[in-house]
Write a protein that binds this ligand. Structure first.
Ligand code: DGY
Length: 322
């Protein structure tokens, strides 16, 4: 019997995968930034024991039904809304994700995006680089303070807690909303639990860290933005589809909220002619929450280790569906 076959849907360096070649027969899509065409993904899925996927790869019920040898889908993300988890379960295919290893890095980015939006850092950077700086002026590019303000975290998981930890250093008042209360986090981070409505109404910064589920899809809609303070800043580091973007654009245009910092979008990649990209009070990033070299390297290793375990009929390290 040969080695278990793995198809990796993005190009990874040989250095990163060389340690696994002894155990696995690794094939790879040969482009890093271009997604694997669906036809190739489907035909590879029929042949291999394991898929190494990224969040742009749609792993639906029909692909899983045809993938007769497939034992594991290792998704290089903590979120797995790109995979039909129920269908995978029905076909006894293990799905794994990459929790924990990315929490601190994603919180770093979340807090940086909050600061960049509040203090107009990207706008100020463009101002200097485009040679618009003529004079110091009393209110030139004046932003909003972060310290001593109220931070509202929607979704108090590992990333939410790491974000709260950063906020304590800024003397922020921390409140959160979550499906379940987190007494330990409340004590450790001096965070108070509030209803979703209260969080929207009283936070200076509303940060969403919720996973995308049926429950959270378009959670941030017209009615949610209307409840926020007109001075509020909205930050999204979870998934674009938790926001109704038309409602967000409307809220920004009407001054119902002050600004937004977005790492994720309804359709990714977002194009430069999108209204959100062209608003001066919106900071847009290309979904780079976990994008540090250290963390992305750890995420690759965790995916590979999950594949090694499951293809050897052992328990996955970080399964999401069993
Ligand atoms: C995740 O892990 O879900 C991120 O969005 C990918 O960087």
């Amino acid at each position: 019997m040969g080695k278990p076959k793995v198809f990796v849907t993005r190009k990874l360096s040989n250095e990163l995968v060389k340690d696994y070649e002894e155990m696995l027969d690794i094939r790879m899509w040969d482009k890093e930034e271009e997604p694997v065409p669906e036809k190739i993904l489907r035909s590879q899925a029929k042949e291999v024991d394991a898929l190494f996927t990224v969040l742009g790869d749609r792993i639906d019920a029909s692909l899983l039904a045809e993938a007769k040898n497939l034992k594991v889908v290792a998704n290089m993300a903590v979120g797995y809304d790109n995979i039909d988890i129920e269908a995978a379960k029905n076909h006894s295919i293990t799905v794994t994700n990459t929790p924990d290893v990315l929490s601190e890095t994603t919180a770093d980015l979340g807090f940086s995006l909050l600061a960049a939006t509040a203090r107009k850092i990207t706008e100020a950077n463009a101002y200097v680089k485009e040679d618009n700086w003529k004079q110091w002026a009393p209110f030139l590019l004046a932003g909003t303070d972060i310290h001593h303000k109220t931070l509202g975290i929607v979704g108090m998981g590992r990333i939410g807690e790491a974000l709260a930890k950063r906020a304590t250093g800024f003397n922020m008042k921390i409140q959160y909303h979550n499906r379940t209360r987190k007494p330990e986090a409340e004590e450790k981070l001096q965070a108070s639990y509030v209803s979703f409505e209260e969080l929207l109404e009283t936070s200076d910064f509303v940060v969403t860290v919720v996973p995308l589920t049926e429950e959270t899809e378009e959670l941030f809609n017209h009615s949610a933005f209307k409840k926020m303070k007109s001075t509020a800043i909205f930050i999204n580091i979870s998934r674009g589809k938790v926001v109704n973007e038309e409602a967000l654009i409307n809220a920004l245009n009407k001054g119902e909220i002050k600004a937004a910092g977005l790492d994720v979008f309804y359709e990714e990649p977002i194009r430069a002619d999108h209204p959100l990209v062209n608003m001066h009070n919106v900071v847009c990033l290309p979904h780079i929450g976990s994008a540090s070299n250290e963390t992305r390297t750890e995420m690759v290793h965790l995916c590979m280790k999950n594949i090694v375990e499951v293809t050897a009929n052992k328990k996955a390290i970080t399964p999401v569906n069993n």
